[in-house]
Ligand binder design. Structure first.
Ligand SMILES: Nc1ncnc2c1ncn2[C@@H]1O[C@H](COP(=O)(O)OP(=O)(O)OP(=O)(O)O)[C@@H](O)[C@H]1O
Ligand SMILES: [Mg+2]
Length: 248
């Protein structure tokens, strides 16, 4: 089972849209796919795939709901009455872990995780357990500044990065096809060698469907085969000695 985190560092950039679209695209290609709504306090996956109550097996494990071949679990299917999840962060961490570990996934090729916006309890709990990370952002400096911290977290945990999905990159004129660039800021992650998997438009179709119909699956699979692993910054012995002399 390959665990893929869909993360950003920034809210509202399309993580859930991408996570669900990726899961559906993988299922359509014949892979066995699960989807974990790892945004425990801000769950959105059931809003797209349907709010089906989860079953519980004799062994006290969760039986995931299924939509278009994708098995999915979300706290939104358990506490589904629209109440806010006002939990202690340690309970949020535990819930995130249980969605992964106490679900009857069966035979799965890819398990996709829709992460919360930043370094919430769910991120702290689950990020170190991921096999790969897919970054979603928009081409704005305010987004990049936050996503850079997520890139550094991937470095800290030495998690392989598949690449970046640059969402809401342009708006295409429906009559002439001209691509209007809205943000037009320096936004790539090339300085880290992290490839851009796709530049997706800000489109009425995506907004209405809440899905990207033409998900770039080939590029995603290419990234899985050739991920970027940023090495942890280790302090050298000579640097340590230098620091030790400074404090003496
Ligand atoms: N490319 C796009 N074009 C148009 N609308 C989009 C696009 N991507 C996402 N949206 C819309 O933008 C909103 C935010 O998307 P989404 O909920 O997927 O972001 P998110 O990063 O998961 O947010 P959060 O940080 O709150 O979890 C949604 O209404 C979604 O339908
Ligand atoms: Mg979301």
């Amino acid at each position: 089972m390959i665990k893929v985190a869909v993360v950003s560092g920034k809210g509202g950039v399309g993580k859930t849209t991408i996570a669900v679209s990726l899961a559906l695209a993988l299922a359509k290609s014949g892979f066995k796919v699960g989807l974990v709504d790892a945004d425990v306090t801000g769950s959105n996956v059931p809003d797209i795939l349907g709010r089906v109550e989860l079953g519980v097996s004799d062994r006290d494990t969760l039986i995931p709901a299924i939509s278009r071949g994708v098995k999915y679990v979300s706290i939104g299917q358990i506490a589904s009455d629209g109440k806010p999840v006002l939990w202690d962060p340690k309970d949020v961490r535990s819930a995130a872990r249980q969605l992964l570990e106490r679900t009857d996934w069966g035979d799965i090729d890819y398990l996709i995780f829709d992460f919360p916006p930043g370094f919430e309890a769910e991120t702290i709990e689950l990020l170190p357990l991921m096999d790969y990370v897919l970054i979603v952002t928009i081409p704005s400096m305010l987004s990049k500044s936050k996503v850079l911290r997520m890139v550094e977290a991937c470095r800290e945990y030495e998690r392989p990065i598949i690449g970046v999905i640059m969402n809401m990159s342009y708006v295409e004129c429906p009559s002439c096809g001209y691509r209007h660039i809205i943000f037009a800021e320096d936004h790539s992650f090339e300085e880290f060698g992290i490839p851009t998997i796709a530049e997706l438009p800000l489109s009425h179709e995506i907004a209405v469907n809440k899905l990207v119909n033409e998900f770039p699956l080939d590029k995603f699979l290419e990234g899985i085969n050739n991920p970027v692993i940023l090495k942890k910054k280790r302090i050298s012995i000579s640097k340590l000695v230098e620091l030790a002399f400074k404090v003496m």
